[in-house]
Design a protein around this ligand. Structure first.
Ligand code: ZN
Ligand code: ZN
Length: 468
């Protein structure tokens, strides 16, 4: 028997994909290309509620509205799962170079940054071109200074790979600044655009506190400040922020399209409801809710599935907390019994805008075989290629259930322009391209339909850990 034949023999029946399931998935895919729920949902969400900061009245109202939207579109057992949260309110902020070169700069405070003292703070700026150079200076050596890290622009890439290294600066910078004695932390925005729009984003807590006020400069302002510093004269800045934290709650919105044969087996499609406060959260992440809701609906329109499809609009994805509880994803995991968790058969998250999907990453061990072939057959015609890489992560919201063993997939989206807009005032509805959005929904509908109408068991495909 050839290796291939052995693989096929072992794969049956666990990976069996009957022709009906493939035809059903193709129908769901094609229906999704024609549907209009995705654009309707994200249009209404962003127009009715605007920005939806985690734990805000706007996030709450949007969650209640979305629960009604799910019910109106045939979802069952629609419920809201509330959890405690430390919210953050930006207040007013400003930045300026002072002295002979006095001029205003455009900044945005980073999420959960504390306020400056009343009336602002003023200090000399010390620039670092890498996080490592900043880390290397002795503790206490920046006493009374503003620490500035400008590690250059994010390089736009289809995969979005440029983002991770720069978010290390955003996460670690404020705490490091405190350790070095600085009175504030500023950085070049984590973004790929050249507009005068700062990109906000969360920082990290250290021992429960974000140590010093922290701000992102827009790209042209970072260029300007770095040039001025390169002329060799000391540069002083004034920074002001009235940001505050407050005790609140956030919530997950959960709705099901129950399966007809094995309703206890659940496929979770995730995204997040909250957004940053600067834009209206269209690409991050109104689009994710739109894609997952519309895909689930397009599948159910072809007839009830064998397994249950669950759509979750998670609360509070964007913000770090003094004590990490996993936010919405953590609250969801804690609500599951061990048996429920074991019945979560597949999960994926849409949180990378609304542009086209170009690749499918399946759970570990599923890269080849009968299921991968069937998925390829359904997705190839809309330009989605099967990747030889497994999906390992999924995203922040489904992270807790993935860590707990739920098989995860990734439908990889084109990220070339995502970080031009991400976390800025420019994240608005007009940036969504309806044609790319439809292709995206079709990819989700095709893949999820295939799994919802089969007994494919991804847990069984994970290779046994090699014994020494
Ligand atoms: Zn997001
Ligand atoms: Zn975000």
């Amino acid at each position: 028997m050839s290796a291939l034949a052995v693989g096929l023999a072992l794969a049956v029946p666990a990976q069996a994909q009957d022709a009906a399931a493939i035809i059903g998935a193709e129908k769901a895919r094609d229906a999704a290309l024609q549907e209009n729920i995705a654009l309707d949902y994200v249009t209404q969400l962003t127009t009715r509620f605007g920005p939806r900061p985690a734990g805000s009245a706007s996030e709450t109202a949007a969650a209640e509205w979305a629960a009604g939207y799910m019910r109106d579109h045939g979802f069952r057992n629609v419920r809201i799962q509330e959890f405690p949260l430390v919210g953050w309110d930006r207040g007013e902020e400003s930045a300026a170079i002072v002295g002979t070169n006095a001029q205003p700069l455009v900044v945005a405070a980073l999420g959960h940054s504390p306020a400056t003292p009343d009336g602002g703070l003023e200090a000399e700026v010390v620039r670092f071109s890498t996080l490592e150079a900043f880390q290397a200076v002795p503790d206490g050596s920046l006493a009374g200074k503003i620490a500035y890290v400008d590690a250059g622009q994010l390089v736009p890439m289809q995969t979005g790979a440029g983002y991770g290294p720069l978010t290390r600066i955003r996460g670690a910078g404020p705490a490091l600044a405190g350790q070095k004695g600085a009175v504030a932390f500023i950085m070049r925005s984590v973004g790929s655009d050249e507009h005068r729009m700062p990109h906000t984003g969360t920082t990290r807590y250290v021992n429960g506190v974000v140590p010093v006020p922290a701000f992102a400069l827009s790209a042209p302002d970072a260029d300007q400040l770095s040039r001025l510093i390169s002329y060799g004269e000391p540069v002083r800045m004034r920074l002001s922020s009235t940001a505050r934290t407050y005790q609140t709650t956030s919530r997950n919105v959960i709705g099901d399209l129950p399966g007809r044969m094995r309703p206890e087996e659940i496929i979770v499609l995730g995204s997040h409801m909250d957004s940053w406060d600067l834009g209206t959260g269209a690409i991050d992440d109104g689009a994710g809710g739109a894609i997952t809701l519309a895909a689930a609906r397009a599948i159910a329109d072809q007839g009830r599935t064998e397994r249950t499809i669950r759509v979750i609009l998670f609360g509070a994805e964007e913000v770090a907390q003094p004590v990490d509880t996993g936010n919405g994803g953590g609250a969801y995991l804690r609500s599951l019994s061990p048996e429920d968790l074991a019945n979560h058969v597949f999960t994926g998250e849409s949180d990378f805008g609304a542009d086209r999907v170009y690749a499918l990453q399946l759970p570990v061990g599923a890269q080849t075989g009968v299921f991968a072939d069937a998925a390829n057959r359904v997705l190839y015609p809309i330009g989605v290629l099967r990747s030889s890489e497994p999906e390992l992560d999924g995203g922040v919201d489904i992270g807790p259930i993935v860590q707990a063993g739920v098989p995860v997939f990734g439908l990889k989206q084109d990220g070339l322009r995502y970080f031009d807009l991400h976390h800025t005032a420019d994240d608005t509805l007009d940036k969504i391209d309806p044609e790319q959005l439809s292709q995206n929904v079709a990819a989700w509908a095709g893949l999820v339909s295939l799994v919802a109408n089969s007994d494919v068991d991804f847990r069984a495909m994970v290779p046994a850990t090699p014994t020494p």
